[in-house]
Design a protein around this ligand. Structure first.
Ligand SMILES: Cc1ncc(COP(=O)(O)O)c(C=O)c1O
Length: 370
């Protein structure tokens, strides 16, 4: 798979640059969000750069993601933003992670199973309007803090999450922020970290109450809102021509014979398909090859797709699928989705190549466990 010549190129300099830009924009402590293999970029390399650039911790979605980082030798603080089964408390303790209290039932269940929380840190998740996870009732929140401390746990943080920070209207943000602030103040607890901002909020709805921000997309160089931050996309997606041929007028391309050549044309094949995360909806969108934009013709297969070129190129010629010329944001718009989804769906078949000063410094293919 390392030999498939379809690569996600990860520009480590762009990542470091983006973090510097974000640090200039906000004085808050930064929590680097590394869910879903760092939005498809590669969790450990991103974690290392984030900590080097001054982030205070990283955040993942699950215990599995945290353990994956620990197994690769990552030693700094990891906050798990989502649900961890209370039965997995011992494993969580062993992995030395910070847990989120996602509901009142959750903390009660944990305390039935484990009376001694010593050495464990918790952040209390407040549901300020997403209605996803979190506590809402002041009394339950205060009791949660008390229970954790009574059982020798550490209540390190409290946080919430905006539902609409990427929208023009900030009405929902305001409602959520006011709710969250009131809850935090009424706990009368000295939290080390208070956080609600995500990328969109850092860029467009900063508050003067919280002291940390959880940054995802903007760190990867894509802003979810119009922004004056000079961030650059970290990931580009490149494949290479595996096969090239002339096709006669009237011949069809691919499954379902959905594309018919209306004249003699040049068709090239790429070793990338929907199993790699190149969604079938990309059919007829353009890639860039040897100076020309070339449409994907016929249906995208599981492992391959075909493009139509105006001129002959050699096998192994590189083809840009996501790049400066073919921005991820444009792709997301065309596919009626969001950049997050496209990044997260880039599969573990794709080798990630990490670049510094334009030179390869590391290559990871998760399928090959390297
Ligand atoms: C709880 C939580 N915090 C922070 C983030 C980061 O969001 P963004 O990538 O928009 O910065 C996410 C992303 O989904 C999230 O679920």
């Amino acid at each position: 798979m390392n030999n498939r010549k379809t690569y996600a190129m990860i520009d480590c300099d762009a990542l470091a640059h983006n973090l510097k830009c974000i640090k200039k924009k906000t004085s808050k402590a930064l929590i680097a969000v590394l869910k879903a293999n760092a939005y498809g970029h590669g969790d450990l390399p991103v974690a290392e750069i984030a900590m080097r650039e001054g982030c205070i911790m990283v955040a993942v979605s699950s215990l599995d993601e945290a353990i994956a980082l620990r197994n690769q030798g990552f030693q700094d603080e990891i906050l798990i933003l989502g649900y961890v089964d209370p039965k997995d408390f011992d494993e969580s303790k062993k992995a030395h992670v910070t847990l989120s209290v996602i509901s009142f039932d959750w903390i009660k269940e944990l305390l039935v199973l484990h009376k001694d929380l010593s050495g464990m840190s918790f952040h209390i998740k407040i549901d300020s309007g997403m209605n996803r996870i979190g506590l809402k009732l002041q009394e339950e929140i205060n009791t949660t803090i008390q229970l954790i401390e009574d059982h020798q746990g550490i209540v390190e943080g409290i946080f919430s999450h905006y539902a609409c920070a990427d929208e023009d209207s900030k009405d929902m943000c305001e409602k959520q922020f006011n709710f969250f602030k009131k809850i935090v103040l009424e706990t009368h607890h000295a939290f080390k970290w208070i956080h609600i901002e995500n990328s969109a909020a850092v860029v467009s709805y900063e508050d003067d109450f919280t002291n940390a921000a959880r940054i995802g997309l903007v760190m990867y160089g894509i802003s979810p809102v119009e922004c004056s931050l000079d961030v650059n996309p970290v990931l580009s997606l490149v494949s290479h021509i595996s096969c090239i041929k002339k096709v006669h007028q009237g011949e069809t391309i691919g499954y379902g014979a959905t594309y018919t050549a209306n004249k003699e044309c040049i068709i090239a094949t790429l070793p990338i398909g929907y199993a790699d995360g190149l969604l079938r909806a990309n059919q007829s969108r353009c890639v860039f090859c040897d100076g020309e934009y070339a449409p994907i013709v016929g249906r995208i297969c599981m492992d391959q797709c075909m493009i139509q070129l105006n001129h002959w190129v050699e096998v192994n010629t590189p083809v840009e699928i996501i790049s400066q010329r073919i921005p991820l944001t444009a792709m997301a718009k065309d596919l009626n989705t969001i950049p997050y989804e496209i990044l997260c769906l880039l599969s573990d078949r794709i080798t990630r190549i990490f670049l510094q000063n334009g030179k390869e410094i590391k290559r990871i293919n998760q399928r090959l466990h390297n």
